[in-house]
Structure formats: C-alpha cells, structure tokens
Write a protein that binds this ligand. Structure first.
Ligand SMILES: Cc1cc2nc3c(=O)[nH]c(=O)nc-3n(C[C@H](O)[C@H](O)[C@H](O)COP(=O)(O)O)c2cc1C
Length: 174
C-alpha cells in the first residue's frame, strides 16, 4: 500500500507522530511536511493521513504560527519552525480526483483545550473527495505552563499509540 502522512509541525511533536504512524503503516508509507507533500507526491496513493497541532481550538493560522515565536518559556528553548505551509492552506490546495482513503490526527495538550484540530482536517479531506476510514485521533503533549501554551514533549506512550494506529489504518485500507 502506498501512503503519505502529511504534517505541519512547529516544534517537532506532530512530525514525530507522523513518522511513527508511517512506521506503523509499513513499507510504502512516508511522512512528509505540508511543504513537501505536493500534488505530484500524492499521485497514486491509497491513503492520505494528515495532522497538525491544535492552535486556539483550531488549525494553525499565520497569526498563531507567528505568535509562537514569542512563546519561549525560558532562554535556550528551541525556536519553532515557522516555514512550513499551513495545514489549512495545504488542505485548500488538495487536487480533485485523488481517490484515496483518508485519516486525520492532531497534537494537543491534555484536557478541555484539545479539540478543533483533527476533526476539521478530516471534514475538509472528506469534502475534497477522499474517503475517511477512521475516526480523528489526538496525540497528547505536556503543557508546560498555563499562561503560555506551547510545545511540550509528547506524553509517554504516544509514539507507540501512533505506530499502533498506523497498523490499524493499514488493516482498514487493505
Ligand atoms: C499559539 C498556540 C495555541 C495553542 N492552542 C492550543 C489549544 O487551543 N489546544 C491545545 O490542546 N493545544 C494548544 N496549543 C499547544 C499545541 O497543540 C502544541 O504546541 C503542539 O501540539 C506541539 O506540536 P508541534 O511540536 O508539532 O508544533 C497551542 C500552541 C500554540 C503555539
């Protein structure tokens, strides 16, 4: 099976989840950033999985990505990668006629803030003509402070969950 796992990721957590999902999907699957996942890269795929971090109960916007540059909690924190195409723009540019299965995920902090990401991605993929094969899935990162929601590390076990989900998706599409 040919599968692409597309991600937008500022601090690397969503990218790491995407990579683990691709590992679970098996040979023929690869993780690509929104910038790398061009319409040509999607040609002939059986499954497209897409994921992004939740920003303010929504998919990242230009403003939320820019605001993340000011969110260093302490000196020495890594800088976010603000260069990737926004997931919402990537979804807007999905070519018609891909004819593939679809699944979506997000990364989020634990608790009530964690909604508004994966479900939106899946709805937009559905509208673009892809066929959802699984419920949207969230993977959790630790929240560092309550004042400044930013990246944290993925909680223990989340990469294993991602790999397992990849295996389940491969079985659902087979
Ligand atoms: C501007 C901004 C807004 C955020 N808003 C939310 C939110 O509403 N809900 C939530 O669960 N996490 C929120 N977060 C935390 C992100 O989900 C977290 O930074 C992300 O999962 C890390 O993934 P990444 O390393 O791939 O960027 C926010 C983060 C930023 C930078």
């Amino acid at each position: 099976m040919k599968a692409i796992v597309v991600y937008q990721s500022l601090w690397g957590s969503t990218a790491a989840v995407a990579q683990a999902i691709a590992e679970g999907l098996g040979k023929g699957a690869k993780a690509l950033s929104t910038t790398e996942a061009t319409p040509e890269a999607l040609r002939g795929v059986d499954l497209v999985v897409a994921g992004a971090p939740i920003h303010a109960f929504n998919l990242p916007t230009k403003e939320s990505v820019e605001s993340s540059l000011d969110r260093a909690v302490k000196k020495g924190d890594p800088s976010p990668d603000v260069s990737q195409m926004l997931m919402r723009d990537w979804l807007g540019g999905l070519p018609g006629g891909i004819g593939a299965a679809a699944a979506a995920f997000d990364t989020r902090v634990p608790g009530p803030l964690g909604h508004g990401g994966a479900s939106k991605i899946l709805k937009r993929m559905d509208r673009a003509g892809l066929t959802p094969v699984a419920k949207p899935r969230g993977f959790q990162v630790a929240m560092r402070t309550t004042e400044s929601i930013k990246t944290g590390e993925l909680l223990d076990g989340e990469l294993d969950r991602a790999r397992e989900w990849g295996r389940e998706l491969a079985a659902a599409v087979a």
